[in-house]
Ligand binder design. Sequence first.
Ligand code: NAP
Length: 303
Amino acid sequence: MLDIAIIGGGPAGLAAGLYAVRGGANVRLYEEMFTGGQIVKTHQIDNYPGISDGPDGYALAARFEAHATAFGLAIEYGSVSDLDLSGDPKRFSFNGKTVEAKTVIFATGAQPKALGVEGEARLTGHGISYCATCDGAFYKNRTATVIGGGDTAISDALYLAKLCKQVYVVHRRDELRASAILADAAKAAENITFVWNSVPEAFLGEDKLSGIRLKNRVTGEVSELMTDGAFVAVGIVPRTELLNGQVRLAENGSVETDAHMETSVKGVFAAGDVRNTPLRQVVTACADGAVAATYAMEACRVK
Ligand code: NAP
């Protein structure tokens, strides 16, 4: 039986793994597809302390993984299901085999939120994307539109501005939520145009996106913005589906934890973007992972 099973291989899971192997725990990390989580979609990370060369998220994730595995962390790839957190040990099925662990660290992260407007589902993958780093190159020398005003939207707009002829940023207010350094850079970029106080009402086009019908929330005016690509960056949704109601969630759907990252179920910890946290950054995810591993090891000693 494992001391600690970590579910999810983003920064939180990998940091938890590093702390747990270095602490001498019998630990294994279970990842669905590839390590790194959401940062693999980030083109530049320049706010992780001590790393000022601004690596892309993929490169930073590779360093995290190499660091943890160098200390002996075992990572397995596949699908987790049938999570049962009710007793001791905790159990789940992984690629059809049962895994038993004294404690579980849940670090499944979050995924981009959809707007839920007309045409969005139909045109996703046909002009609508949730990842500028993945799909931006399709719009080289063309027009792209980012929807949202947070850090993701503005760093996406800056990334696209290097590739595209013209980038529009459609935001529902007239003030950005993004940090000042990103907001100032976007406002200074010659080929980024802001469309303030506006929300998409519908994505237009049958098989391929041709434009977006926008509504101005102040004037009520409806207009059409012609664009080749649309990048939706309106926030994220914590990935809690595996938990199936077994731990207490906050109103916003993220996992409630105490200061030790322990959830409402003893021996079950949560770390990173899946957790109810006031700040979702790589550095806070790593810190969550370190705290979770420390107290998961403590819980194993007590058992
Ligand atoms: P976010 O901070 O929640 O921002 C979401 C943006 O989308 C907001 O501007 C919001 O408008 C807008 N929005 C939300 N729902 C909408 C809707 N239905 N219609 C139109 N607009 C809508 O999400 P995020 O930018 O993905 O960032 C998530 C977390 O990751 C944040 O903690 C962020 O700081 C972090 N992050 C950090 C970096 C970095 O440090 N470089 C990069 C990426 C992400 P309002 O402003 O009006 O609410």
